[in-house]
Design a protein around this ligand. Structure first.
Ligand code: PRP
Ligand code: URA
Length: 209
């Protein structure tokens, strides 16, 4: 079973409270999602492999560490995942970015894929699939299914708020995928929204409602 980690650093908890507030407007919501994503990237990248490199400091020759291993691609699930990309790129600026478009049918809560565009070498990259919300888990599972069909095998899923229901189905469907969230909330309501949650992440990020 992959790792499940709640990244509950005090700065992240504080910032999450800001965006959970229904009075938080689009500008601040966008800025704070970006900041949380950057802080999470620090922890999500903790197990990146290192290798020795020989360098010359102004004082002496020295063996130091440099990143090795697979290169990263960030894969936002559209739309709301877009809000997390720039924050992660601040820490991993050379990452490539692939996009997968998914929307949830409001009646059935079933996801539909409408867009898929990846860097050519996703099979050899470490992928960070990002979406602020893991609710029923349908969107994350379908996005990861699509990535695996195209050869991806090294996948971490990063969200801001997760429902226990979504974590369970995602772990069952993709036990090899590590899941990172800033908060594990209480439950899903009858409309499939996370409680207490932060509402519709896409609408809040883009001001569409
Ligand atoms: C939201 C969210 C996730 C999905 C989570 O997207 O950003 O992608 O719902 O729900 P699930 O776990 O039950 O699948 P939405 O479908 O509202 O699209 P949007 O980002 O374009 O608003
Ligand atoms: N998608 C959202 O944007 N918010 C939720 O609470 C659930 C799904």
């Amino acid at each position: 079973m992959g790792k499940f980690q709640v990244i509950d650093h005090p700065l992240i908890q504080h910032k999450l409270t800001i965006i959970r507030d229904k009075n938080c407007g689009t500008k601040v919501f966008r800025e704070v999602v970006d900041e949380i994503a950057m802080l999470m990237a620090y922890e999500v990248s903790r197990d990146m492999p290192l290798e020795d490199v020989e360098i010359e400091t102004p004082i002496t020759m020295s063996t130091q560490k440099t990143l090795s291993g697979k290169k990263v691609a960030i894969v936002p699930i559209l739309r709301a995942g877009l809000g997390m990309v720039d924050g992660i790129l601040e820490l991993i600026p050379a990452a490539k970015v692939g996009h997968v478009g998914m929307f949830r049918d409001e009646e059935t809560l079933k996801p539909h894929e409408y867009f898929f565009k990846m860097p050519e070498d996703i099979d050899s990259r470490q992928l960070f699939v990002v979406d602020p919300m893991l609710a029923t888990g349908g969107s994350a599972i379908m996005a990861i299914d699509s990535l695996k069909k195209r050869g991806a095998s090294n996948i971490k899923f990063v969200c801001l708020v997760a429902a226990p229901e979504g974590v369970k189905v995602l772990q069952d469907a993709h036990p090899d995928v590590d899941i990172y969230t800033a908060a594990l909330d209480d439950h899903l309501n009858e409309q499939g929204y996370i409680v207490p949650g932060l509402g519709d992440a896409g609408d809040r990020l883009f001001g569409t409602k």
